[in-house]
Structures are given as structure tokens and as C-alpha cells.
Design a protein around this ligand. Sequence first.
Ligand SMILES: Nc1ncnc2c1ncn2[C@@H]1O[C@H](COP(=O)(O)OP(=O)(O)O)[C@@H](O)[C@H]1O
Ligand SMILES: [Mg+2]
Length: 327
Amino acid sequence: MSVLLNVENLTTCFKTDRGLVKAVDAVSYHVDEREIIGLVGESGCGKSVSQLSVMQLIPTPPGEITDGEVILEGQDLLRLEANGPEMRSIRGGKIAMIFQEPTTSLNPVLTISRQLTEALELHMHMEGDVARERAIELLRLVGIPDGERRIDNYPHQFSGGMRQRVMIAMALSCNPKMLIADEPTTAVDVSTQAQLLELLKDMVTRFDSSLVIVTHNLGVVARYAERIYVMYAGRIVESGTAKDIFSKPRHPYTIGLLACVPRLDEETGKRLVPIKGMPPNLINMPPTCAFLPRCVYRIEKCEREPWPTLSLTDGQHYAACYVDTRG
Ligand SMILES: Nc1ncnc2c1ncn2[C@@H]1O[C@H](COP(=O)(O)OP(=O)(O)O)[C@@H](O)[C@H]1O
Ligand SMILES: [Mg+2]
């Protein structure tokens, strides 16, 4: 499989009154063509900032991408001007993003038709009836029946789940190479969640796109992602195939996340144990492992040595930890 996106050493900081927040700290990952990956971690780990950095959507100031490369099909996006024409055409054209709260991305005063056709006109050079027909077709593809009528509705006339479907239609309207879905199902109920994830998976398969699912819920990506990156305090702490991550997690943080996910393959009634404590705030981080204060596996070495870098455990499976958690 060939690599579509290669992110190396991505580092993004925010200057705040309280100090410098290192929200994304030397993050590297890649996404193959037509691959589905999961980016998982608790709230505040830097998931959204990493993805917004890839899209060059970081508000500057206070934010700044201070290091790294974001190579999409051989081109380093970070060398493009954030608001220049090339980057604008990549956003929405080659990489599309769906956010947690569709009400923030859909314009409440414009009809669905207007918003969908605008994207088709801008990126696909479609006009008039052609764009409208394509928009109705897209609504049908994402499971909105009666598109001929619904297309003239305003966002508030749709339910939360339906608005999220419209967002998916909009994101895919330009045949992007990659779709980033940032907590796409957090604002909807559990049964809608599953339907939306199924839909996302079907849609990227149909459109030959790659998909990055960003979520705080490891359970969400279990069935959909081929590979998973686990993020903590601005860094990737473990990565591997979904099978590796679920069947033999190595980093104590991943083990902790898994302990709070209901599993179908284990006896029912097993207690779900949340990880004690909170993720650190990312200002003035100590040089030691950021998970140390919450870690039940910690050893003396962890208190002495700097935060370990990712190292290969087996196959494609990497973890950033001094402890052999298998023992
Ligand atoms: N505009 C901003 N100004 C200052 N800090 C920010 C800003 N945006 C995000 N951050 C900080 O960056 C860190 C990572 O945030 P984020 O990527 O949104 O986390 P996640 O998506 O994993 O929940 C957090 O500590 C957050 O407070
Ligand atoms: Mg987020």
C-alpha cells in the first residue's frame, strides 16, 4: 500500500498567559491510501490540535507550528502559506474535516443546498442544476431520503444525526483523498453513533478515501480502524494494528484506556476501571514520562530517565515505555 500522508515530528505550541503550551510534541504518523486509522486519547491530549495543524488551521497567534513536516503526496503542506490559494484548495479538496459539533460547521442561515453546491462550485467547478443534482445525490448516498425536498431546508430543520450526515456529504463532495473525522459521534446518542461510523466507513470505501477517526473512546475505533495511534500529553505513546492494540497493548496508558472500554469478548459484569487522575496540563511539563503520576506499572527508572521515545516491540507495534508490561 502506498503512503498518502506522512507526518514527521509535528510540534505545535500555544503562547498563553500562564506559559507555553506544547499541545503537539514531535508527533509522527502516516496514513496509507484508503486506510482507516484511529487517533485516540483523553480530552486535552492534542488530538484536535494535531489535525488542525495538518490542515494549517491553527490560530496564529496564539498558536504556532514550530517544527515538523506534513507530506501529502510528496508535498510538504507546512511550506505552503496557511491562507494561500494552494492550501485553501487542499483544504476541502484533498483533505476534508468533519468536526464534533456540526452546528459550528454548518452555516445556520444558509440552506443545505446553498452550502453543498458552494463546495461543488468551488472545488469541482460544477454549476447550477448539475451542482444541485450532485448535491441531492450526495444526500441520498449519506442516507437522507427525499433529498429533492430536504435540500432546501436549513440546518436547524435536521436532527443532530442528520446534520452529521450532511457534514459527511459536504466533506465528501469534492472527492477528498483523506477525511479527518474529529470526534464525529460525540454529540449524538449511542445508536446514532454506530450508524454514523458505519456510514463513514462505507463512504470512504466508496470514494476511495483514507479516514482518520479522532476519538477519546478506544471502543469507537475498535471495529473501524486498521491501525491505531494512542496519544497522551501531546505525544504518540503507542501505535500498532488495531489487533495489536486490543490484544496485546503495551503502554500502561493504552492498558488503562482499554480497561474502561466495554468488551464484547469478555465475560459480562466485569467492572470497567477508569484511569485514576487527570491528564497533565501541557505547560512546564517535567522531563520524565508524562503518564508517570498516573501509572500503576512505574518503576524506579521512570523517575530518573527522560520520557522514553517510541520503540519497536514487534511487527508494526511501537510503544514509549521503559516497563515490560507483559510481565
Ligand atoms: N487556542 C488555544 N490556545 C491555547 N491553548 C490551546 C488552544 N487550543 C488548544 N489548546 C491546548 O492544547 C491542548 C490540546 O488540545 P486539543 O488538541 O484540543 O485536545 P484534544 O482534541 O485531544 O481534546 C490542550 O491543553 C488545550 O488547552
Ligand atoms: Mg479534540
